[in-house]
Design a protein around this ligand. Structure first.
Ligand SMILES: [Zn+2]
Length: 416
């Protein structure tokens, strides 16, 4: 079933002032565990193929593109690489992208981008090495469905679609003189981080979205008219009535979507990380974004704006840019839904431990769940704690896989 235009999540973000880009980069080549592939839909000379001059701030920030289009593609592909290093899938993830000139924008706010799964799937038969869905009669976005099934459930269709607002670069009536920033690290004043926006949008396509019609509470139906649950709603709870969304009536779900502070994520991997949050937690769960009245395109498919880590940073998958976004529980949300079934405790159970030091330096580092392969064959795995200043030298043919529990500090060279 095609979802183009149906379940796309979009968001209206206030004009951010100071922005900090996410906290993970590898300063040496590694092998991605998922291969996210861009498919550019723009026409020659437009959007991702613009032949306009490169933006000076992005060039100064390290983007090597010789044209604006090259800068945009470089930035988009950085975001794809980032998720590729964090995710685990044997099936390439095809991401269709375009830049649109008709998205909402005025002098103070804009829809920066929108994204979602291109097709959704339920009740598949797995290929070798794959699995049937953990929940029957339950929609999954294609990228996630493919990952679990270990096959391409819709070979003729891309997995994710994402559209970015190019008026931000082109129109002074859109956020004034603010333009996109296409480089890594903090976006300078007067710019919006394209890479961080892309990271956020791709996550929606990884299934940080519900397919329920929030205005009515109705589930998305099959072509035959049968309403099905979706994998995201399996972990949505309304704490005031102690019910999860699959067990609600349509009207209960409709009410729950605007039940501020009582709409919660109850997935076990997220709940295990509650100690990493300083706000946005209640009743032993994490609060989801449920403003009243409903905000189409933003409600439910984001964490609540209150969610903060122990240093007061907000979460990447909140509805608005804050300038201090981190990934503290979003990895675990993805893990609850079936991405990266590699948890820290799984690693701790490994028979052999490899003493690995980290290529990362900085702060806020936690247990890293690491497995090491040589030419595709596992040679060791285990858990280690990364601390500042340590280094690992990887020889040709080796790659390191990071588990879902991994947290990285800021790399001082790039600010990521
Ligand atoms: Zn969003």
């Amino acid at each position: 079933m095609s979802l183009w235009g149906i379940a796309v999540v979009s968001e209206r973000r206030a004009n951010p002032i100071a922005r900090i880009v996410l906290a993970l980069v590898w300063p040496m080549p590694l092998f991605a565990d998922a291969d996210l592939q861009p498919i550019y839909l723009d026409s020659p000379g437009s959007g991702f193929y613009s032949s306009a001059s490169p933006h000076a701030p992005s060039s100064a920030g390290g983007n090597p593109g010789a044209t604006l289009g090259e800068q945009r593609r470089w930035a988009l592909e950085k975001a794809l690489e980032f998720w590729g290093l964090r995710l685990d899938s044997g099936v390439p993830v095809e991401v269709e992208v375009a830049m649109a000139g008709d998205m909402f924008c005025n002098s103070t706010s804009a829809v920066l981008a929108s994204a979602g799964a291109r097709t959704i799937h339920a009740n598949w038969s797995p290929a070798a090495g794959g699995s049937s869905p953990s929940f029957v009669d339950t929609w999954h976005g294609q990228a996630l469905a493919n990952r679990i099934a270990n096959k391409d459930n819709s070979p003729g269709a891309a997995d994710i679609g994402a559209t970015f607002n190019r008026r931000i670069d082109e129109s002074t009536s859109c956020l004034g003189s603010t333009v996109w920033y296409y480089a890594l690290g903090d976006a300078p004043p007067g710019t919006v981080s394209f890479i961080k926006t892309a990271l956020h949008e791709i996550a929606h396509g990884l299934n940080v979205q519900t397919y329920v019609d929030l205005a009515s509470g109705q589930k998305l139906t099959t072509s035959g008219g049968t309403p099905l649950d979706d994998i995201y709603m399996m972990f949505l709870e309304d704490h005031s009535i102690s019910k999860i969304w699959p067990n609600m009536t349509d009207s209960e779900r409709q009410a729950s979507a605007t039940d501020t502070n009582d709409l919660h994520w109850v997935g076990p991997d997220v709940v295990a990380q509650l100690g990493s949050l300083s706000d946005g937690v209640s009743g032993g769960h994490v609060e989801m974004y449920a403003p009243s009245p409903l905000e189409g395109g933003s409600s439910v498919s984001h964490w609540d704006v209150d969610v903060d880590d122990l240093n007061g940073n907000s979460e990447l998958m909140e509805p608005s840019a804050t300038g201090s976004e981190k990934l503290t529980v979003t990895d675990e949300m993805l893990s609850d839904m079936g991405w990266n079934d590699v948890a820290a405790n799984n690693c701790a159970a490994a028979a052999d431990r490899l003493t690995l030091t980290s290529v990362l330096s900085g702060t806020n580092q936690h247990d890293a769940c690491v497995s090491v392969t040589y030419d595709g064959a596992a040679v060791d795995s285990g858990a280690t704690t990364a601390t500042a200043g340590q280094q690992v030298i990887l020889r040709n043919g080796f790659s390191v896989r990071l588990g879902a529990s991994f947290r990285a500090g800021t790399d001082p060279a790039t600010g990521l």
